[in-house]
Write a protein that binds this ligand. Structure first.
Ligand code: SDX
Length: 431
C-alpha cells in the first residue's frame, strides 16, 4: 500500500487518508484530488506556496540549498560548459545531444528563424513607442494564423515543429520589435550565424554596412539565455500549462506566458531593477530607499530581491554577478556607476535585519539588466530577452503536459466569501 497521510478534523474526530507521492528528489506530495469528492472539502493555498500543480521531469529547484538542475545537470556545470541551443535540446528532449544531434538541431532552428513576409507588416501597426512586450504578445499569438499545418497538439511531430518554430522565431520577432522602435529596417536572419550572434545581427546591423557580432556579447548572451531558460512551475510557465490544458494551440499558450512574464514581480523585474537603480541614482540615497522598501505603507520594493522558492541565494544571481564583472571590464568602462551602485545596494541590503529575517537575496533579475545595458540592449527590451530564453522552458513544459496521459483541463476551485443568496431589487426600490 503506498504511503498515506491521515488528516483529522479535531472537532469531529473524522479522518481521511490521503495518498503520499514520492518524487525522485525533493519534497513528497499529498494527493488531495479526492478530498472534495469524499469530504466536500477544498485545500486552500493562495499563491500556491505549498501546492504541486503537476509532476515534471524537466527542472529541479531546492530553495534552501540554492540548487537548480535542468534534467539533472547542475546549472553551474551547464553555465560553464554548454551553450543555449544545447541546453534547449536538453530541456526539450531530456538528454544532452550528441555531436550529430546538436548539428541537426542547430540547423533546424536556424532554418526556422525567418518569419512570414506578411508578418513583417504587423510591426508597423504599432505606435513607435509601444512597449516591446505588448508587441511580442500580439505577434507571437498571431503565429497560429500562419501554421495550420502543425496545430494538432496530440501529434508529437506537430508539437515538435511548433516548438522549433517558436524557439527559432522569438529572436527574429524580438529584434523586429526593437527595429520598429528605432525606425530602422527589420533585418533578416543570417543562417551562417549562431543563435545569439544572429540575434545581435538582427538587433544592431543595418543594410548600410557589414556588422560582426562581438564575441564577448555572444558569450554573455549565451550564458544569460542558459540561466533564464527554465525554472519549474514559475508564474509564466504555470500560465502556459493552464492555457495549454484547455487544448489551446502552442502559439497562443506561449503568448499567454509572455503576458504573465511581463509583470514586475516576475520577468518584468529586470527592467524594474534598472529603473530603480536610476531612481536611486547614487550610493548616498541607498539608506533612503532601503527604508522605503521596509515601509509597509510604501509600495516600493527592492526590485531584483526576494524569491518565492530560493530562501538563501539564487544560484543564477551568483553566476550572473561574476559574469557582470567580466562583461563590464571587456565591454564597458570598468567603473560602471550602475554596477557599483548595484553592488553597494546589495551589500547594504544583505546586512539589514529586515532582509536577513525575510531571506531576501538578489535573484536572477538583479544583475542581468546591467549586463544587457552593457550590451546596448535598451531597458524596455530586458524582459523580451527573458522571454526569448524562457520560451524553451515554456515549450518543454507545454509538450510534457500534453504528452502526459493523465493530463486534464486545469480548473481550480475557490473559498467563496461573497454575498449569500438574496433576491433581485427593482431599481426604483434601491437606496
Ligand atoms: C523571477 O518563480 C520563479 O521561479 C520566478 C523566476 C523565474 O526564473 O521564473 O525566478 C524569475 O520572477 C524572479 C523574481 C523577480 N521579482 C522581483 O525581483 C520583484 C521583487 N520581489 C518581490 O516582489 C517578491 O520577493 C517576489 C514576488 C519575488 C516573491 O514574492 P513572495 O514569495 O510572495 O514573497 P512575499 O511577497 O510574501 O514577501 C515576503 C515578505 C513580505 O514582508 P512581510 O509581509 O513578511 O513583512 O518579504 C517582503 C514582503 O513585503 N518582501 C520584500 C521584497 N520581496 C519580499 N520587501 C522588500 N523588497 C522586496 N523585493
Amino acid at each position: 500500500m503506498a504511503d498515506t497521510f491521515t488528516l483529522t478534523n479535531n472537532n469531529t474526530g473524522e479522518t481521511v487518508d490521503l495518498q503520499l507521492h514520492e518524487g525522485t528528489t525533493g519534497p513528497s506530495a499529498i494527493e488531495i484530488s479526492t478530498l472534495y469528492k469524499e469530504k466536500g472539502l477544498l485545500a486552500y493555498d493562495p499563491g500556491f506556496v505549498s501546492t504541486a500543480s503537476c509532476q515534471s521531469a524537466i527542472t529541479y529547484i531546492d530553495g534552501e540549498a540554492g540548487i537548480l538542475r535542468y534534467r539533472g545537470y547542475p546549472i553551474e556545470q551547464l553555465a560553464a560548459n554548454s551553450n543555449f541551443l544545447e541546453v534547449a535540446h536538453l530541456l526539450i528532449n531530456g538528454e544532452l545531444p550528441t555531436t550529430s544531434e546538436l548539428i541537426k538541431f542547430e540547423e533546424i532552428i536556424s532554418h526556422h528563424t525567418m518569419i512570414k513576409e506578411s508578418m513583417r507588416n504587423f510591426f508597423h501597426g504599432f505606435h513607435y513607442n509601444a512597449h516591446p512586450m505588448s508587441i511580442m504578445i500580439g505577434v507571437v499569438g498571431s503565429l497560429s494564423s500562419f501554421y495550420h499545418d502543425s496545430l494538432d497538439i496530440h501529434d508529437p511531430r506537430h508539437r515538435e515543429i511548433s516548438a522549433h518554430r517558436l524557439i527559432a522565431k522569438m529572436p527574429t520577432i524580438a529584434a523586429a520589435c526593437y527595429k520598429h522602435s528605432v525606425s530602422e529596417p527589420i533585418m533578416y536572419p543570417q543562417n551562417n550565424l549562431d543563435y545569439c550572434g544572429n540575434f545581435l545581427h538582427m538587433m544592431f546591423s543595418t543594410p548600410c554596412e557589414p556588422y560582426i557580432p562581438n564575441k564577448t556579447a555572444i558569450d554573455a548572451m549565451n550564458l544569460l539565455f542558459i540561466l533564464h531558460a527554465d525554472h519549474e512551475q514559475n508564474a509564466s510557465t504555470s500560465t502556459v500549462r493552464l492555457a495549454g490544458s484547455s487544448g489551446a494551440n502552442p502559439f497562443a499558450c506561449i503568448a499567454s506566458g509572455i503576458a504573465s512574464l511581463w509583470g514586475p514581480a516576475h520577468g518584468g523585474a529586470n527592467e524594474a531593477v534598472l529603473t530603480m537603480l536610476e531612481e536611486i541614482g547614487d550610493v548616498s540615497n541607498i539608506d533612503k530607499y532601503i527604508a522605503k522598501a521596509k515601509d509597509k505603507n510604501d509600495p516600493f520594493r527592492l526590485m531584483g530581491f526576494g524569491h518565492r522558492v530560493y530562501r538563501n541565494f539564487d544560484p543564477r544571481a551568483t553566476i550572473i554577478r561574476k559574469m557582470c564583472h567580466q562583461v563590464l571590464s571587456n565591454l564597458a568602462d570598468n567603473n560602471n556607476p550602475m554596477f557599483e551602485l548595484a553592488m553597494k545596494l546589495e551589500e547594504v541590503a544583505l546586512n539589514d535585519e529586515y532582509f536577513i529575517e525575510r531571506k531576501l537575496y538578489p535573484n536572477v533579475d538583479y544583475y542581468s539588466g546591467i549586463i544587457y545595458r552593457a550590451l546596448n540592449i535598451p531597458t524596455n527590451m530586458f524582459t523580451v530577452m527573458f522571454a526569448i530564453a524562457r520560451t524553451v522552458g515554456w515549450v518543454a513544459h507545454w509538450s510534457e503536459m500534453i504528452a502526459d496521459p493523465m493530463q486534464r483541463i486545469g480548473r481550480p476551485r475557490q473559498l467563496y466569501v461573497g454575498a449569500t443568496e438574496r433576491d433581485y431589487v427593482s431599481i426604483d426600490k434601491r437606496k
